[in-house]
Design a protein around this ligand. Structure first.
Ligand code: PLP
Length: 445
């Protein structure tokens, strides 16, 4: 019977599967397959156990195989596996919206659900532009992003984002009227900083330059990651986000924090906004909200913005936007269970407690040949490597392969290795992770 499902002799699927953000031909020559996962470890198909140094893709802070989440999903599937998202709702999704809003800063009380970080970003940009229109300022359409920013791969996200490789092929599809702030990374000024660099707050003043260039009346929103994750843990300089907030407020520009990586505890607080004491007008989230088990994302919206939309006739749709799977009850159930475990086991305070452990262990690698910078903030850190001459990216790839042989799954982009271990990690595990990474780096010359 089952042979009807097999359309070729290529039963392992390698030929059929087009991997995202992966060199496909290189991968397929030597596939790396994850067979299972438990706690902070993956088990590879050949039986090797490796420590999950990036909590999946920043999305599994509770580690893998959490029984409470598995049970919640099963129960939800048996009770209500899917509920029409338009014109109807369901108790799991409604109560989850309230719970997310409760975790956000005061005044951000409205939650619009999406299914990924990319969708959340595009949703936030649409809400921003629509908000100004609702207020009679339809001329405010320009979005300001930041160099090296990563806001996913939707058209809005790549336009506001500042990753050259993600943008250069798709120019005709990108939003008009987007400009970018400079990024805040300058190795000469900040190499080997522990936590937030003292240098760099002045770079926020560039927003005044963009306002002078375009005029505030054309600008809808500024979107930044409070800590740039995908760019390799680029930590906000002391005072930088405060200054962005001030300038946005002065000119009536909305400030959006893309908290897809920082949301739900990565910086030892619910959101980066609370850790850094800066309140944006909208925050996007995804990843950790469901511990990565079921996709979910969303936007948390300030009351003023929501209220502006609620001004027309009551029976008219206020926002022509949404997804079949907005507020999927299975994702909401996974989200409730994730937050149950975070609260029950005190895992956000635990992430805060682990921050100095990671900081000490990762900075101990200073002096290892090949390392040109180390940074850390919250339960995240990055190590930059000196590229091999004429072969950009090769050194980090070799370190990645070496580390995998010695028990670590690390994430690299370019010559940067990023670490964001699960909140359930022990002190010992973080120390071993950093020491093993140091050995891998030292062995690749
Ligand atoms: N925004 C930020 C800050 C991210 O780090 C990411 C993913 O890493 C995204 C958006 C996109 O999320 P997704 O891959 O779920 O679309």
């Amino acid at each position: 019977m089952n042979e009807h499902l097999v359309t070729s002799g290529n039963r392992d699927g390698l030929e059929n599967y087009w991997l995202p953000f992966t060199p496909n031909r290189y991968f397929k020559r030597n596939p790396r397959i994850i067979a299972s996962a438990e706690g902070a470890y993956y088990t590879l198909a050949d039986g090797r156990r490796v420590f999950d140094c990036l909590s999946g893709l920043w999305c599994c802070p509770l580690g893998h195989g959490n029984a409470h989440i598995a049970e919640a999903i099963k129960r939800q599937a048996e009770t209500l596996d899917y509920a029409t998202a338009f014109q109807m709702s369901n108790p799991t999704t409604l109560s989850f919206a309230a719970r997310v809003a409760d975790m956000a800063p005061a005044g951000l009380d409205h939650v619009f659900f999406a299914n990924s970080g990319s969708e959340s970003v595009d949703t936030a940009l649409k809400i921003a532009i629509g908000y100004h229109r609702m207020k009679g300022e339809a001329h405010r359409t320009r979005i300001i992003g930041r160099e090296r920013g990563y806001h996913g791969v939707g058209m809005g996200g790549i336009s506001a984002g500042g990753m050259t490789a993600n943008r250069k092929m798709f120019a005709p599809l990108m939003l008009n009227g987007v400009d970018h702030l400079p990024h805040t990374y300058d190795r000469a000024q900040t190499a080997f900083t522990h936590g937030q660099p003292e240098w760099g707050a002045h770079l926020a003043d560039d927003l005044e330059r963009l306002v002078a260039l375009h005029d505030a009346s054309t600008i809808a929103a500024v979107i930044v990651e409070p800590m740039q994750g995908s760019a390799g843990v680029v930590v906000p300089p002391v005072g930088y986000l405060e200054r962005l907030r001030e300038i946005c407020t002065k000119h009536g520009i909305l400030l959006i924090f893309d908290e897809v990586i920082t949301g739900f505890g990565r910086l030892g607080a619910n959101f980066a906004s609370q850790r850094l004491n800066v309140r944006p007008d909208m925050m996007t989230f995804a990843k950790a909200v469901t511990n990565g088990v079921i996709p979910m994302g969303g936007v948390i919206v300030a009351d003023e913005i929501y209220d502006a939309y609620m001004s027309g006739p009551e029976e008219a749709v206020e926002l022509y936007h949404g997804y079949t799977y907005s507020g999927h009850p299975m994702a909401a159930a996974a989200g409730h269970a994730t937050l149950d475990v975070m609260e029950r086991d005190g895992l956000i305070p635990r992430a805060a407690e682990l921050e100095p452990v990671l900081e000490t262990a990762i900075h101990a690698l200073k002096g290892t040949p090949g390392i040109v910078d180390i940074r850390n903030f919250g339960l995240a850190a990055a190590v930059d490597l000196e590229p091999f001459e004429g072969q950009p990216g090769l050194r980090a790839m070799r370190v990645f392969e070496r580390a995998l042989q010695t028990g670590l799954l690390v994430r690299f982009t370019g010559e940067t290795i990023a670490m964001a271990p699960p909140f359930i990690s022990t002190d010992d595990e973080l120390q071993t992770m950093c020491a093993t990474l140091g050995d891998a780096i030292a062995s690749v010359t």
